[in-house]
Design a protein around this ligand. Sequence first.
Ligand code: PMP
Length: 354
Amino acid sequence: MTKYFSSRLKGISPYVAGEQPQDKSYIKLNTNESPFPPAKGVTQAAKEQAGKLNLYSDPTCLPLKRAAADLYGLQAENVLCGNGSDEVLFFTFLAFCSESKGMACPDVSYGFYPVLCSLLNIPYIPVPLTADFTINVQDYAAINANVCIANPNAQTGVYLPLCRVEELVRQNADRLVVVDEAYIDFGGDSAVKLINKYGNLIVVQTMSKSRSLAGGRVGFAFADKNLICDLEAVRNSFNPYNVNRMSMFAAEQSLKDKDYFLYCTKNIMQTRQFTTEQLRKLGFTVLPSMANFVLAKTDAMGGRQLYLKLKQRGILVRHLNDDRIKDFVRITIGSAEQMAVFIETLKDILKETV
Ligand code: PMP
């Protein structure tokens, strides 16, 4: 840290992203990407726009907003587009929290929430999940802060039914509830259908997982149009061209290809079922997941040791050094072929250790 670094930022603890190794090719099950390529029209759209990169992208994002709104029968005014949902989360925390209005989040969740709070000087209030890693909505009732949950939850994959989410939103109209639905398309029921009913709900989604566009960096906020106006004010005070031209057109094509989306998400859900069953047969504890990953642990060795043994054999999973889940590894659901190799590799590792 240089002497020039702002004293306001001295306390920040930056997010550590999952490995993206360039040295050799791994079976990559560590950052919850899709094993499927983007939808068919996506490459063509990106290519066409590549030749127009001398021009700025559309600062209104209107066609993309319309395509996202159409998914849920909403209006473009109900949508904000971001450079990945991380940026949407940044805008949201910046717009609605402050030094005196903190953010309450589950103690095991997406690591970016406390990072954003430290960056923006917002009090971060961790609320413990229950022993079986579920969110108890009542635990948030007396907290005087905004609330941000991931549903299904990050790291665990555990899903909170929509009626519980609604309870959380209804509990207190004076605070904002952010529901980060990065993983909702793998079997969950979206809270977007509640936004016309509640003026204190923001639902955040991404194209990085179920839409195979992690490298495109496109995410959304869905909310009442007044909340979107506030978010637009922040976005336009930061970067009106936040979504680049190639990604904007590519994302629109992707949203329109409903068949491919259904094919990919169904396949991941089936492979998740296969992976969970196989892991349990091998004696693993596997949390029930509605996401494109599972969190699993074995008595045979610790989470870090398993991560290292898999890495040696060319398979990357994620080990998170968080006290409550440090015995686990988080395994992204890849293709059926990748998961078959993963399970066979695990069998070899377990044989070696007995
Ligand atoms: N929310 C959650 C819960 C996530 O796990 C992720 C992915 N790391 C994101 C948001 C961010 O996704 P992206 O910025 O790629 O849209």
